[in-house]
Ligand binder design. Structure first.
Ligand code: ADP
Ligand code: MG
Length: 256
């Protein structure tokens, strides 16, 4: 289980994350939502190890992660994706996943690999099957439609066989149908026993997908609970959801 305890991250005078605590258990699918600039990506970077913490603790299965480098966290099963897809455009879809699998097996940087092996090819093909990318396996990533690129990013995160999957806007920029099918895949991964934490702006990717929702506003948790519970929360509606629930305008939110 992931335990985030009183997480604080300041960038100079910017209090990006300001005392946030929550848990994510194995098999749970948890959404971290909130307005732009609320501190969601910063939380992910602190958990995955891109940023040192200003304060607080991050425990994964009882082990403190905060002193470990991202690669060491990955070895403990913590993998993340980025808000902007990070893939190798000069390679095919299959090659991207093969390379990631080989690097994670050898605990080495991807740049250390000059040759792709048959073993990684088999494992990569299985991952492409799971993420719905088999048909485009041999396409160059450069020519890939955006939706397939987002799936590839997920496949690459899965290449390390993570136990905790951090997905920063996994469905960003996708149309409604593509978003729904990607989120079903994300939900399925949690159902298989992974702990999943993801961020998302579209409420259709939260309702019916997340087991639990955390609402981050100005670096602090404003509410948490089921989607129905946080949708009814007056503070959340005033400061965040009022903007997106067009059919139910909330007094005071229209000019926020
Ligand atoms: P979100 O992902 O919820 O949109 P972020 O975590 O990206 O929010 O940003 C939270 C706050 O921290 C914002 O005010 C942002 O400008 C600031 N911030 C994020 N990353 C950095 C950084 N590397 N240096 C300085 N300020 C940053
Ligand atoms: Mg972000």
């Amino acid at each position: 289980m992931l335990q985030v305890q009183q997480l604080v991250k300041y960038f100079g005078g910017v209090h990006a994350v300001d005392g946030v605590s929550f848990d994510v258990a194995a098999g749970e699918c948890v959404a971290l939502i909130g307005p732009n600039g609320a501190g969601k990506s910063t939380c992910f970077a602190c958990i995955a190890g891109q940023y040192p913490l200003t304060g607080g603790h991050i425990l994964w299965n009882g082990r403190a992660l905060e002193k470990l480098a991202p690669a060491a966290r990955l070895q403990h099963g913590v993998a993340r994706t980025f808000q902007v897809a990070q893939v190798f455009e000069a390679l095919t879809v299959l090659q991207n996943v093969q390379l990631t699998i080989q690097a994670s097996r050898a605990h080495q940087a991807i740049s250390a690999f000059k040759r792709l092996d048959g073993q990684s090819r088999e494992a990569a093909s299985a991952l492409l099957q799971e993420t719905g990318l088999t048909d485009v396996a041999n396409e160059d990533v450069l020519r890939l439609p955006y939706g397939a690129k987002k799936r590839l990013e997920l496949a690459m995160a899965l290449a390390a066989s993570p136990k905790l999957l951090l997905l920063d806007e996994p469905a960003a920029g996708l149309g409604e149908a593509e978003r729904a099918s990607l989120m079903q895949l994300v939900k399925k991964l949690a159902g298989q026993g992974m702990a999943v934490l993801y961020t998302e702006h579209n409420m259709d990717a939260v309702a019916g997908v997340a087991d639990r929702v955390l609402v981050l506003i100005e670096g602090q948790l404003a509410a948490q609970g089921s989607f129905e519970e946080i949708s009814r929360d007056a503070t959340v509606r005033r400061l965040y959801l009022g903007e997106s629930l067009d059919d139910q305008p909330v007094e005071g939110a229209a000019h926020a």
